[in-house]
Every structure is written in C-alpha cells, then in structure tokens.
Design a protein around this ligand. Structure first.
Ligand SMILES: *Cc1c(COP(=O)(O)O)cnc(C)c1O
Length: 393
C-alpha cells in the first residue's frame, strides 16, 4: 500500500485538484515546479538555515517522566510549541515563502481561522519584505483579537470575510477569489495539508522535518529510530502529516490520529470528520467532509479553533479508510482536562488543539515499555483565556 501522493495527485481515491479553470495556470505552475525547487541545494540550504536560526529547530524530543509514570508507558513529547510563533505552522510558511520567491511572486495571501496560520504567514512576509493579505471571517476577527493585533503589528492587512458563516471556510473562499483576480504576482500560502494537489504534499514535505528529527532524537534516547506509536491531533492535518511522514511505510509504527469530538460525536456540535464525514469536495480536493444529505457543508464545532474544520486532508482520509491510522475522537471536556493535567504534571501549558492528542491516554492503554511519541503541536498562551474561564481559575 502506498500512503504518499501518487503522480496524479491522489492518496487512494482522495486528493486531486478540483479548481476553477482560472486558477489552473497557478496551480499547474506550482505542480510542475515544487519538487524541482525543493530539491535545489540553494533552496534546501536556505530552508534549513531559517529553520535552525529563525524557528529554533531542532525542536527537542522531551521524555515526559511524570506523565509516563501516571500512564505507565514511555511518553515523549515533540516540542513544536517551542518554535518561533508557538506552533508547527511556521515550518510550512517558511517553506512556502521561499517557494513563492523562487516562483517570482511578490504578493502573499492566506486564510486563517483562529489566526495562528495568519500570524505565521505575516511573520515570514515581514521576514522577506513581501506584501501580506490575510483573509479572516468577521466572527473570527472578533473572537481572536490578540492574533489580529499580531498580524497588524507584523505589517499584514487583515481583510474580513463577510459572507456565509463568516468563519474559516468563508475566509478560504475569499482567498481563492483573490487568487483568481491576481494570478500573476500572488502566491496563496495554504495553512494545512489540504487544498488542491500539490498543496497537501508540499505542506506535508515541509512539515516532515518533525518526523525526520524524531528518528535521530529517538535513536539517541532509546537506541532505536522507530517508536511504537506516533500520535497527533488533526485539524486539516499538517502537524500530523509531518509527524507521521517518515513512519508511514514502517508498519511496526502505529499511527494514532486524534480528532475533535466537540460536545460529542452525536451531539451535532462536533468536528470528528473521519466518523461523520462522507466523500466530498472542499477547497480544491476530494476528501472526507462533514455535509448534509444534499451536500451542503456542515458547520463544525470544537472548543479549539484550530481543529474546527469540516474536512480533513486527503492523506488522512486515505489513512483512515485503509486502516493504516487509528482515529480517535476526543471531546472538549476531555481535551481541557488533559491540557490542565500536562500543565500540572510537566510544567507545559499546551494549545487546546494539542491537548486533544494528550487526552487519549485516558482511553487507550499502552504497554509499559511502549514508546509513544506525541506531537506537542503548539503552546497554550493563546488559549489561556479559554482555560481560565473553563476551570474558573
Ligand atoms: C492550527 C493548529 C493545529 C491544527 O492544524 P493541523 O494542520 O491539523 O496541524 C493543531 N495544533 C495547533 C497548535 C495549531 O495551531
């Protein structure tokens, strides 16, 4: 079984590029050039240098002693929360801004929900001196004021999306519209392992530095490169794709994908796409998608803004359907509890997205000598308000 993208841009039956004709030249230019550009020695050198000196890589692989004792197994945390801007998203935006420059683009657009990808994009645009326009739903702009302020401070223009539910999917529609109107000078930096081919593969490759580092770091800790389990939370699926990438074809490494169940799978307020989703097309690719009987996209819900997406990247749809990955869904309540627990046991306040991945230890028992690597995708600073209100701290 192949879990990577094939030459037609598919993972099994998922993926492809379902785009308006007007976008074809842009997406096609990217498709024809991305692997060539990524293989250039000067590209690799610049990418690696920035990951090291600007992002702060390699991120540590930390053995969580007290957490491991509590769950009677060996838990390692891959500390993406220590990256500049506080999450894994910067790995991808660094890669894509270098790609945009090689393609001769001078203007960058992006969509954002919670504002994390918007901040990561505004950051690299400031770094490279490129114009940056971030589309964000009007509702999200109101909910995520600190990140809006960050983007403005970094010199980006934040444009409210006023249509539909005025959240992430509407912001994405606006970004796509912008790209259609500005095909020559503009690159669209997509923030997760989603979108038309080649985006899911390109984003996955930029994020694959996570599993590349896990291999040599685990070798140093445990004397072996492969853990027994890799675990990551899934919104669109970029931190997960990067965490799994170098283990996809090592069948002795078990893959666990954690989705947001919101108030519960059957509550109508959920984002557990692998359970509730049906095959459909969203934002340029065929994947699993939460939708009504007549194909209207269902509003997803999760307490964590970063997991609040009605679809899932095509690679993960394939991992789910083939059974290569075990999918678990975690409710708001369980995630919040796990976030508080990590704070108290290890002195690390995780993002609420990340806390979903940590909550699986209450539901799944591992062997004492199992090595379980969890992607600590981001830090919880942005979520303090939510934690404080939730626990009445
Ligand atoms: C955005 C975000 C996610 C979800 O995005 P993926 O593309 O699925 O990784 C998870 N964790 C954090 C901290 C995020 O900011």
């Amino acid at each position: 079984m192949n879990y990577n993208v094939n030459e037609k841009g598919y993972y099994g039956k998922f993926g492809g590029a379902y785009i308006p004709e007007m976008l074809y030249p842009n997406v096609e230019a990217l498709r024809q050039n991305y692997l060539k550009i990524m293989a250039e020695p000067s590209f690799k050198e610049e990418f690696n240098q920035l990951l090291k000196d600007y992002v702060g890589r390699p991120s540590p692989l930390y053995f969580a002693k007290r957490l491991s004792e509590k769950y009677n197994t060996k838990i390692y945390l891959k500390r993406e929360d220590l990256n500049h801007t506080g999450a894994h998203k910067i790995n991808n935006t660094i890669g894509q801004i270098l790609m945009a420059k090689r393609l001769g683009k001078t203007r960058i657009i992006a969509e954002t929900g919670a504002g994390q990808h918007g901040v990561a994009t505004a950051t690299v645009c400031a770094l490279m001196g490129l114009e940056c326009i971030v589309y964000m739903g009007e509702i999200d702009i109101a909910r995520q004021a600190p990140n809006v302020a960050r983007m403005k401070m970094l010199g980006a223009t934040v444009v409210p999306a006023l249509s539909g539910s005025r959240t992430l999917k509407d912001a994405t529609n606006e970004a796509i519209r912008d790209w259609i109107n500005n095909p020559v000078d503009t690159h669209y930096i997509i923030g997760s392992a989603i979108g038309p081919h080649p985006y899911p593969d390109m984003v996955t490759r930029f994020q694959s530095v996570i599993s590349e580092e896990i291999k040599w770091q685990l070798k140093a800790h445990e004397g072996r490169e492969n853990p027994d389990y890799v675990v990551a939370c899934i919104g669109g699926g970029s931190n997960a794709a990067g965490t799994y990438y170098h283990f996809l074809h090592d069948e002795n490494v078990n893959i666990i994908a954690v989705e947001a169940a919101g108030l519960g799978i059957d509550s109508g307020e959920s984002a557990a796409t692998s359970v509730l989703g049906k095959e459909g097309i969203i934002h340029g690719c065929k994947t699993l998608l939460m939708q009504t009987k007549d194909g209207q996209i269902t509003e997803p819900y999760s307490i964590s803004a970063g997991l609040d997406y009605p679809g899932v990247g095509p690679m993960h749809a394939h991992l789910s359907k083939t059974g290569r990955a075990e999918f678990m869904s975690i409710t708001d309540a369980d995630a919040m509890k796990a976030g508080l627990e990590l704070s108290k046991l290890e002195g690390i306040i995780p993002a609420i997205e990340t806390a979903h991945a940590l909550a699986i230890f209450e539901y799944k028992t591992f062997k004492t000598d199992d090595v379980v690597v969890v992607s600590l995708s981001g830090r919880g600073d942005k979520d303090l308000d939510t934690y404080v209100k939730y626990f009445k701290l």
